[in-house]
Design a protein around this ligand. Structure first.
Ligand code: FAD
Length: 354
């Protein structure tokens, strides 16, 4: 079977930036440069990545090699976590209709463990077993339907979703129902940003900006010797990334991720639906929370927490995130008159510079 997502990936280089890049690096003049900088850009996970490396001296040979090395890290990563690859480790696990424990890689265990932790802590608002619903609505690797589901279909999904449907024991993953499948899309891009950052640091690079599909990890300083500056888009439907900024934030050694309803959406039976699914109801979210940006020391967590808060909604999500250790967030709601309102956790304003 050729997966729908693979077809989408063929067009990736044309639409990825417009679809997924929610945060942009703000550049400044070039007069005060303290260090050299070079960038690597490429495609991965149906989207794009942009990496900036800053250092005292970066040789030409090094520059020519590092992109290839990063690509191979990302290719290996996709072979583990991509539900868009039939032969990836996660797809093979999903295809096995058994309740016997299945031995998997430490990376799949590690990311699944965080997915289950977020699921438990959000009481199921974040749920890694949500894939059948994501696919039905056309936000996964299958082509979506042009109708809303029946009550029977929703009931059937709800039987197959929940944190209790997947168990981890040492290196084994086990489904409690053979039909269950897992989807780590809500945290894997953030995790990949962490993984690529760790890889580059292991090669001696200390000052890094690693962005994969809008999820960002920073280390050290930019070429001016200052913290990295990142723009947060106002969540306007169809708005170009970076065209209309809500804020600019400054980060050092932190990750940031945004989830929103304004880039990945489609129309079904005359209604706009988003890719953020409420696993408790089996439907796309309908409340007025338009975007959530989360800062954390791991982009993996920033990514997952942003999705969880999107599902929980503005009020409950803000309260929940305030209590979550090591994370701060900015929530933007869309009022019926088209105005945007923001709320944030008590520590988020330390990052805002504009
Ligand atoms: P985020 O806000 O980070 O996450 C939203 C996504 O999480 C949804 O799209 C859904 O999949 C899932 N989700 C929705 N609701 C919930 C919930 N309540 N709990 C948990 N999860 C939820 N796309 C392609 O078109 N082609 C590809 O080849 C391709 N390969 C990929 C490979 C990998 C390893 C990964 C991780 C993703 C890949 N994608 C691919 C998917 C694409 O990049 C996704 O759109 C992306 O992962 C979702 O990220 P986001 O930033 O849009 O949304």
């Amino acid at each position: 079977m050729m997966r729908y997502g693979m077809v989408k990936q063929l067009h990736a280089k044309y639409f990825v930036v417009a679809c997924l890049l929610v945060l942009i690096l703000c550049s400044c003049s070039g007069r005060d440069d303290k260090f050299q900088e070079f960038s690597i850009n490429g495609s991965t996970m149906g989207t794009s990545y942009h990496i900036t490396i800053v250092g005292d001296s970066i040789g030409t040979y090094e520059r020519s090699q590092i992109g290839t090395l990063v690509d191979s890290v990302l290719i290996d990563y996709n072979h583990i976590l991509s539900t868009y690859e039939d032969e990836s480790e996660i797809s093979v696990f999903n295809q096995q209709e058994t309740t016997f424990p299945i031995q998997v890689s430490s990376d799949l265990i590690r990311v699944t463990r965080v997915g289950l932790e977020l699921c438990q802590r959000s009481a199921g608002a974040f749920d890694i077993t949500v894939m059948p619903i994501v696919n039905f609505f056309g936000f996964g690797f299958e082509e979506g339907r042009d109708r809303f589901p029946t009550i029977d279909e929703i009931d059937a999904w709800l039987e197959l979703t929940g944190c209790d449907k997947i168990e981890i024991n040492a290196n084994n993953l086990r489904k409690t129902d053979p039909r269950v499948s897992i989807d780590l899309s809500a945290i894997a891009k953030g995790d990949a940003a962490d993984v690529v950052t760790a890889y580059l640091m292991s090669r001696g690079y200390k000052n890094l900006f690693v962005e994969i599909g809008g999820e960002i990890m920073t280390r050290g300083v930019n070429r001016y010797g200052k913290s990295w500056k990142i723009g947060i888009d106002r969540p306007t439907f169809g708005g170009a990334p970076g065209a209309d900024l809500q804020h600019i934030i400054e980060l050092a050694d932190m990750g940031v991720a945004t989830s929103g309803d304004y880039r990945n959406y489609r129309e079904v039976e005359g209604r706009r639906i988003t890719h953020m699914i409420d696993p408790r109801s089996g439907s796309p979210i309908t409340h007025n929370l338009a975007s959530v940006t989360v800062v954390s020391d791991k982009c993996l967590y920033a990514d997952g927490l942003a999705t969880a808060v999107m599902v929980l909604g503005a009020e409950e999500g803000l309260r929940w995130l305030e209590d979550y250790p090591g994370a701060e967030g900015l929530l933007i709601t869309r009022a019926s008159n088209g105005e945007y309102h923001e709320s944030m956790t008590s520590g988020f304003d330390q990052y805002i510079i504009q």
